[in-house]
Write a protein that binds this ligand. Structure first.
Ligand SMILES: *Cc1c(COP(=O)(O)O)cnc(C)c1O
Length: 404
């Protein structure tokens, strides 16, 4: 099935009429699918007539979500998993074996970092980290590697990679490329068109958009996804459940609207923060001041709503700032309808070695914002009043603000 000629908004808003001409496709909430006869089952098992057998491997509702995201990314097919990490680990583990080496960019998502540094070495897979902004350094690390793992932009410091330069070099070296596209979504960046082999998403973020689903997806060619189907999907068993897939199809319908609104909100707040005397630097790829703005303009067709800034404040003052916010709630994750704040200094205190915040030297005065659908001026007023608390002592305890 190819949808490449259909505009995104139509593709996401429209489904073929289901049974009874229902406008919304049903949730196929079933673990298994039965067969009418021995012969029918034999055809399915021998591969002569592929069909749904068991939901750990495939389910029509999950397949519906997979087809939509594959079409958005311009990929042949996709596989959805129970989390972004399940998608990432399934794609990676299906493509490496003992003795292989992975090249990964600095500032990669912290749990992907932990997969590479804490788990894969147990299976004889090595990883080397490089500055993804420096194409020359990445290319130099490629000979002899199996997999190049990218994330552009990265989700704390918003560093970009020049995808075309890296995929050209990776192809010449026979290195498989995988890119985490959670920030841009396929609406604003389509890495497969720039030669990337696999795109992965945490669908828990913008694709869902409502902070009520944890999910992930891998998109690529039939040939690349076949490796995942042969090993990780059935054997690691991280397949996405049908109810979650149904919620994701529902969330996707408004993706273009959500992203346009939230991205515009975010870019405006980022620009206002740049002029604030207590703000040292703002990291959003679509701000003209971003050091890789030229790369951003080549690959990103719009602004997502997650960015960070460095504040002129100590650890205590950052705590005061975060506690003073009303609309930006303190939490991990991002991409939902609600605005969130996450101070990097809390990543530094997480236990377990190695810690990516420490290894990549994420600035301790960095604060990340996920901008939601709230009123832009109210969000700005919230940031302003909380920034004004830096350097003062009289902040009401969170309980008095009615936030806990
Ligand atoms: C959240 C996130 C992930 C992991 O996704 P989960 O759905 O939480 O497993 C991967 N990459 C990025 C950039 C993320 O923000």
């Amino acid at each position: 099935m190819t949808h490449s000629h259909i505009p995104f908004s139509t593709l996401l808003a429209h489904d073929e009429p289901a049974d009874f001409r229902a406008v919304v496709p049903p949730i196929h909430q079933t673990s298994l699918f039965t067969f009418g006869s021995f012969e029918e089952m034999e055809k399915a098992f021998s591969g002569a007539e592929p069909r749904f057998v068991y939901t750990r491997v495939g389910n029509p509702t999950t397949a519906h979500f997979e087809a939509k995201v594959a079409a958005l990314e311009g990929g042949e097919t996709a596989r959805a998993f129970g989390s972004g990490m399940a998608a990432i680990s399934s794609a990676v583990l299906s493509h490496v074996r003992a003795g292989d080496r992975i090249v990964c960019v600095n500032h990669v998502y912290p749990d992907a970092f932990k997969l590479f540094t804490r788990m894969l070495p147990n299976f004889g897979v090595e990883v080397g980290f490089v500055d993804g902004r420096d194409s020359g350094a990445v290319i130099q690390a490629l000979p002899g590697a199996t997999l190049l793992y990218l994330e552009s932009p990265t989700s704390l410091t918003f560093e970009l990679q020049d995808l075309r330069a890296l995929t050209d070099a990776a192809k010449a070296e026979g290195v498989v490329t995988l890119l985490d596209n959670s920030w841009a979504t396929p609406l604003y960046q389509q890495p497969l068109k720039h030669g990337i082999d696999f795109v992965v998403h945490s669908a828990s973020k913008y694709l869902s958009g409502h902070s009520d689903v944890v999910a992930g997806i891998v998109v690529g060619s039939y040939e690349m996804i076949d490796h995942i189907d042969a090993l990780a999907t059935p054997l690691l068993g991280g397949k996405l459940a049908p109810l979650e897939a149904w919620l994701l199809v529902r969330g996707l319908r408004t993706l273009p609207l959500r992203l346009a609104h939230q991205g515009a909100n975010a870019l405006e707040l980022a620009a206002r923060l740049e002029t604030h005397p207590l703000v040292q630097r703002v990291h959003h790829p679509l701000l003209p001041s971003h050091p890789q703005h030229d790369v951003a303009r080549r690959y990103l067709s719009g602004p997502a709503a997650l960015f960070s800034f460095e504040v002129r404040a100590s650890g205590d003052e950052i705590a005061r700032f975060v506690n003073a916010l009303h609309l930006f709630r303190l939490g991990v994750s991002w991409g939902g309808h609600e605005s969130l704040v996450f101070p990097a200094v809390l990543g530094h205190v997480q236990q377990g070695e190695p810690n990516s915040y420490v290894q990549f030297e994420v600035p301790k005065n960095l604060v990340r914002l996920s901008v939601g659908l709230e009123d832009r001026d109210e969000l700005w007023a919230d940031l302003e009043q909380a920034l004004a608390m830096i350097g003062t002592q009289d902040v009401p305890h969170p309980k008095e603000r009615g936030c806990v």
